[in-house]
Unconditional design. Structure first.
Length: 261
């Protein structure tokens, strides 16, 4: 008579079921530009965690714009985008501003903003949001380097994102890189936009460095976000004043800020 370890059998069945779910739902998105898309074998994984850092404090607006652009590339038209941020992040960098969101190509009616008192609440709310199929993307913005955002917590976010095929974008403001389960890691700086003529400001531009890519190569590009068509285009760096569309209004004007939803 053979003794069967029922607990081990249940774990094996659960593992196989989980692998089938991941294989069935895993999909990808791209930048819409061959110059950068070739470094990814099959596009960027949609059901994954992607981490975006601002190089310096003054690059927070650029990093935020880059995250919004990625969320738009990754999500279907009109699907809701959930933005989960810590209160202190909003106090430091301002609040989402409807005209700025529209200028970068995001309909404010698609955005659901959740503000949390602690980084633990941010991660819990983000995990719950990722667990809802049909969500276009989840932007997660804790402040600095909270201890709760460790390798274990990021793996839980990754597993949930894989199970539902919902992308998670970790917006790291006031933070430095540490070990976690992110599939890609980006370092973003503001870049001068290229005028569309008559000294008019051009599209938002980003100095983007891919410093981690579990899917292939890394690289560095100067990218222009063409918000009308929701595509990135590689451009040659130019000298001049940085001009970018802000998705935030400064925090001191919050009393007159109109919520976009």
């Amino acid at each position: 008579m053979t003794t069967v370890d029922l607990a081990a059998l249940r774990r094996d069945i659960a593992s196989l079921s989980e692998q089938n779910v991941l294989a069935a739902h895993r999909s990808a998105f791209d930048f819409g530009n061959d110059a950068i898309d070739h470094v990814f074998r099959d596009g960027l994984q949609r059901g994954a965690v992607h981490e975006i850092f601002a190089d310096e404090a003054g690059d927070a607006g650029a990093a935020t714009g880059f995250v919004i652009a990625l969320a738009l590339r990754a999500s279907a038209d009109q699907s809701p985008i959930v933005w989960v941020e810590e209160d202190f992040t909003a106090q430091e960098h301002g609040f989402p501003y409807a005209p700025g969101l529209q200028n970068i190509g995001l309909d404010p009616r698609r955005l659901i903003i959740v503000r949390c008192a602690s980084p633990q609440d941010v991660l819990k709310t983000a995990s719950d949001s990722l667990g809802i199929r049909g969500t276009g993307a989840v932007i997660i913005a804790p402040w600095s380097n909270p201890k709760c955002l460790d390798l274990t917590a990021s793996r839980k976010l990754l597993l949930t994102a894989q199970q539902t095929d919902v992308p998670a974008f970790l917006l790291r403001l006031g933070a430095s890189p540490s070990e976690n389960a992110a599939i890609t890691r980006w370092l973003i700086r503001a870049a001068p936009s290229q005028s569309s003529g008559a000294n008019a400001p051009g599209y938002p531009a980003f100095d983007a460095t891919l410093i981690r890519n579990r899917q292939g190569m890394t690289g560095h590009w100067t990218l222009q976000w063409e918000s009308d068509d929701h595509v990135f285009r590689q451009i040659q760096p130019v000298s001049g004043t940085v001009v970018s569309t802000s998705a935030h209004r400064p925090p001191q004007t919050r009393k007159s800020w109109a919520r976009p939803y």
